[in-house]
Design a protein around this ligand. Structure first.
Ligand code: B12
Length: 223
């Protein structure tokens, strides 16, 4: 089966909320040595968008959304496993910087955040993943505790985006805003939103987020 056909099969398995098939195809993709990052964008994310449209048009309801989420999670775990093995050999153990990652308060969507955490790790960052639905104050406290370079905040819903702003507001109130690079992202966010709340960076997809994270850390070190 060609590369594109496998990616299409993965996308279809997500739309059909078929976790077993999604895992199976992801395993075939890893064996076929296809770039996992391409698969995340063209298979998983584009499948997620179709599921999202079906949810909005009420063709799908919450159970379908949940099953599709499990299929996405299963596939991304297999793909990330493949990626980290491959990258582990290539990359020296080095720390580019320390990053705190979290899905913000009130939001349980963590598939994208988990992908971001994994990509930051294989690109040499020390990552402290605080999980999902994390309280803003806890994020700030942990960032200070670990002397993090980056705070990366994921939000998938319009109702939880304000928690990204809340983290920045707390940093400002504590007069520690300058100590951290704050990056925001996740389905419902945009560059405009990032600018509006005074974040340092935004990216639409995790691989771009990693590039930007590296650039921002580098820039900060140069002063
Ligand atoms: C799967 C899913 C679920 C799963 C989540 C499973 C899990 N463990 O994450 C389940 C079924 C649990 C779920 C629940 C709900 N969901 Co939901 N869900 C989705 C869905 C279909 C896909 C999300 C996803 O994983 N995408 C794939 C990943 C790879 O993409 P991503 O997260 O965007 O991440 C990428 C980038 O954004 C970026 N990125 C991510 N984080 C960060 C951080 C930084 C710093 C940067 C730079 C980049 C970055 O990199 C990632 C990889 O490239 C979306 C639709 C969509 N298209 O987003 C709806 C969606 C987000 N859900 C929605 C809703 C409404 C809900 C519920 C409220 C439903 C309900 N009535 O209960 C609950 C929420 C409960 C809560 N309190 O959080 C709405 C939100 C609407 C809105 N705009 O506010 C959406 C948009 C669906 C819709 N069209 O209505 N959901």
């Amino acid at each position: 089966m060609t590369e594109n056909a496998l990616i299409e099969r993965l996308k279809e398995s997500i739309i059909a909320y078929d976790e077993d098939e999604a895992r199976k195809v992801a395993e075939e993709i890893v064996t076929a040595d296809i770039d996992p990052l391409k698969v995340i964008e063209e298979g998983i994310s584009s499948g997620a968008n179709v599921v999202s449209d079906k949810f909005e048009s009420e063709e799908y309801y919450l159970p379908e959304l949940m099953l599709a989420g499990e299929a996405m999670q299963a596939a991304s775990e297999v793909l990330m496993g493949g990626l980290s093995n491959e990258k582990r050999d290539e990359m020296e153990a080095r720390t580019v910087g320390t990053a705190i990652t979290a899905t913000v308060f009130g939001d349980i969507h963590d598939i994208g955040k988990n992908i971001l955490s994994m990509l930051l790790t294989v690109n040499g960052f020390k990552v402290i993943d605080l999980g999902r639905g994390v309280d803003s104050m806890e994020i700030v406290q942990r960032a200070r505790e670990y002397k993090a370079d980056i705070i990366a905040l994921s939000a998938l819903m319009t109702t939880t985006m304000p928690s990204q702003k809340e983290v920045i507001d707390i940093l400002e109130a504590m007069e520690t805003r300058d100590e951290f690079i704050v990056m925001v992202g996740g389905g419902s966010t945009s560059l405009l939103w990032a600018d509006e709340i005074g974040a340092d960076g935004w990216a639409e997809i995790a691989p771009k987020a990693v590039e930007l994270a590296k650039e921002l850390v580098e820039k900060r070190r140069r002063g």
